[in-house]
Design a protein around this ligand. Sequence first.
Ligand SMILES: C[S@@+](CC[C@H](N)C(=O)[O-])C[C@H]1O[C@@H](n2cnc3c(N)ncnc32)[C@H](O)[C@@H]1O
Length: 408
Amino acid sequence: MPKRTENLGRSEFKFLLKAIVLEPCDVTCSDGSCYIGEFKYGVKHGLGCYHFRNGDRYDGEYFGDKIHGFHFSFVRSAIEAAKKHVHGAITTTFDPKAISASSKSPIFIVDLGCSTGPNTFIAIQHIIEAIQTQYQSHNLPTPEFQVFFNDQFSNDFNTLFQKLPPNRNYFASGVPGSFHGRLFPRQSLHLVHSSASLNWISKLPEEISDRDCGAWNKGRIHYACASREVVEAYEKQFYMEFDTFLNARAEEIVSNGIMALQIACAHEGIDVHKDLYPGKDFDLLGSCFMDMAKLGLVSEEKVDTFNVPIYFPHLKDLKRKLESNEDFIIEKMESLEAKIQLVPNVEMYVSHRRAALEALIEKHFGEGVVDELFGRYTNKVKEFPEMMDLQNLKLDGLFVLLKRRLHP
Ligand SMILES: C[S@@+](CC[C@H](N)C(=O)[O-])C[C@H]1O[C@@H](n2cnc3c(N)ncnc32)[C@H](O)[C@@H]1O
């Protein structure tokens, strides 16, 4: 692995690295900051870690020198924390003989809500390594792997395909469409994975945009900090879609096949009206929209009908839901001990938020709103820097391993 530690000014930084294409490298800049990670065409591109002069660090993904994608440190930390759970769970639960996959037929794996990488590649690699260990321990030849990467139609699959690990040991395909419906033929999947995706709901409850309804979410863009009726409408929608999700997977997964899910859950006992951290953040963003409405930059009606389709279930409610499911057995259910890293500065924090919400906002408001909105939001985050302290998150990453009961 090439390793280079040099004293570079920021402007020299790109130029000197021009010759390096997707190779890991260490670079120390003259201001004392340092980047260790992948480069392409002389810029930060791929996975990297930036160590700032003040001791902060950003671990994440770069695309064309910019931080890319919805990769909160929380999500990445949860994936790293899940590695041992996934490995342990697969080696105790995934039985090559019981799933009746012969060494000649491939193992079919899907990552639901994969985004554009790279977290999905890391998760898939962990899964494949664990399955290989299983086959070796049964003295069976290692099978071939077919991996499906699923996300919404709007996902940037081209970026995902461009970033596929070049030396991967699996065949890869993209499968667009909502995981709240059927995506695969009956009894065709051996292992289903999904991380940080099931918190998204496919459809917002209609009543929250209806001015004649008690659940009308006027002046807000999320259920946290909103009225009880709004919270209940989101909750109802989440569990309705979660049922649809489980029903679809029950059809698609083979008998004894497994499903590993990571879902962010609200801490027990917190009051979503005031304590749910992402809610406070959405409230801040919502207040920027309201300021823009007052200035006539967006219509108030548009703001009142815009809501972020994300729900964080309470752990005990989710557990109850899963326990009552007749198609799956819960093999494991554990909280992930994710080490949350600090977001080093306001710009990075805002760029994460923007990457996650930009498409949603443009779809509702049209083009030309996001720059103004996130400019205002940046100023507000500077006013309330406690927003960036992910230690206040009040979310638990829940790891659940489900096994498909025998099909009749
Ligand atoms: C927070 S990202 C998580 C990405 C990746 N799994 C990870 O752990 O970094 C959530 C992803 O789920 C996708 N998603 C949300 N709802 C979905 C649905 N109904 N069907 C398929 N993908 C969905 C989003 O498009 C987004 O890419």
